[in-house]
Design a protein around this ligand. Structure first.
Ligand code: TXA
Ligand code: MG
Length: 328
């Protein structure tokens, strides 16, 4: 299959309407979209990504009115969260309507819904006038793509179209909040922080803390990791000069002494989050052995960034695909 890279919203919308796949930018990462109410189109996403079928998809909408066909009733906490954070980098898990195909929800009775805050994503969703199911546009198990080139690297020949647009702003995937139960729960950390969520929804909890062991189905899969081994450090100076020759470094402070084979010094946590996944990919491209990542203070966006870093570090201790729990 020939993969076309385009800036034409109309062309991309035409492909989606006809049941084809289109990768498109959002403010978090690039998504790989399909007509969400078309089960066969959605099946194409799982095939192109080699995604495990037990991992449900997020449905993207341009307007609040498009949510009506996805859920019978979002409930009060979800309405408050939508008022505060839609459009934006947050996903709400809601009771699903029967009309939502089973492969979108992976057989659950809930559906994840998000309204992206990115001009290209919004223009595409508004033009196509359909809800669009879209996971991150990486091959399963690889870091999420934050540039069209990263999508091309993973998806060339596997999908008909990549819509390019303005660069992503956040660089980490959206915050996922489960609003289907009695108390809303954060399933995945992102740019909308726990502090921000609590301002609108003081009762909100973080899944997997205290006696709560629930989590998003996707969180059990191998995630966010480059092929190189990720090692977290408090400071670049913790790494000896001898270990820097075939290693990368990303962090907030410039390493003293010998330079790393590749290094990115970020001026803020925001910049660090935005650059992390493309830095992972460039380290793999240069076949580096290790990527050293400086720890950050786990507050606000820093907490989401630390979540991804810790998962990337742990990924090499998780067995690769084929043995049950691997790859997401
Ligand atoms: O920022 C993002 O969220 C990006 C852009 C493209 O929107 N999308 C994204 O999708 O990261 P994906 O598929 O890579 O991650 C979706 C996460 C997974 O952890 C999945 O398990 C969870 O959302 N999820 C989806 N539907 C769910 C549901 N019904 N219940 C619980 N978790 C759900
Ligand atoms: Mg993903």
């Amino acid at each position: 299959m020939q993969t076309t890279v385009t800036t034409s919203i109309r062309r991309a919308a035409g492909i989606l309407r006809a049941g084809g796949l289109v990768a498109f930018p959002t403010e978090t990462v690039y998504g790989l979209g399909a007509h969400a109410m078309d089960e066969a189109a959605v099946a194409g996403i799982f095939e192109a990504k080699a995604r495990p079928p037990d991992n449900p998809l997020i449905v993207h909408v341009a307007h609040r009115s498009m949510i009506e066909q996805l859920t019978p009733d979002p409930g009060d906490p979800a309405r408050r969260l939508m008022d505060a954070f839609f459009p934006g980098p947050v996903t709400l898990v809601l009771p699903a309507s029967v009309a939502v195909p089973r492969n979108v929800t992976a057989g659950l009775d809930t559906v994840a819904v998000r309204m992206p805050d990115h001009p290209t994503a919004h223009a595409l969703l508004a033009e196509v006038e359909l809800p669009v199911a879209a996971p991150s546009a990486n091959r399963s198990g690889r870091p999420s793509p934050t540039t069209w080139q990263a999508v091309f690297e993973d998806m060339n020949g596997r999908i008909p179209c990549i819509l390019k647009g303005r660069a992503v702003r956040v660089g980490l995937e959206s915050t996922v909040v489960d609003c289907s139960g009695r108390v809303p729960k954060v399933l995945r950390l992102g740019a909308v922080s726990c502090e921000m969520l609590r301002e609108v929804c003081p009762e909100i909890r973080l899944a997997g803390t205290g006696d709560d062991t629930s989590a998003s189905p996707g969180m059990k899969h191998r995630h966010y990791a480059p092929r190189a081994q990720v090692v977290l450090v408090d400071h670049a100076d913790d790494v000896s000069g001898a270990d820097r020759g075939d290693a990368g470094f990303i962090g907030l402070h410039r390493p003293a002494g010998r330079a790393f084979a590749r290094q990115t010094v970020c001026s803020s946590v925001t910049m660090y989050a935005r650059r992390l996944f493309s830095f992972f990919r460039s380290c793999d491209e240069h076949r580096l052995r290790v990527v050293y990542c400086e720890r950050v203070s786990p507050e606000g966006l820093g907490r989401a960034l630390m979540d991804r870093l810790v998962r990337a570090e742990a990924a090499h201790s998780i067995p690769p695909s084929g043995s049950g729990t691997a790859r997401g």
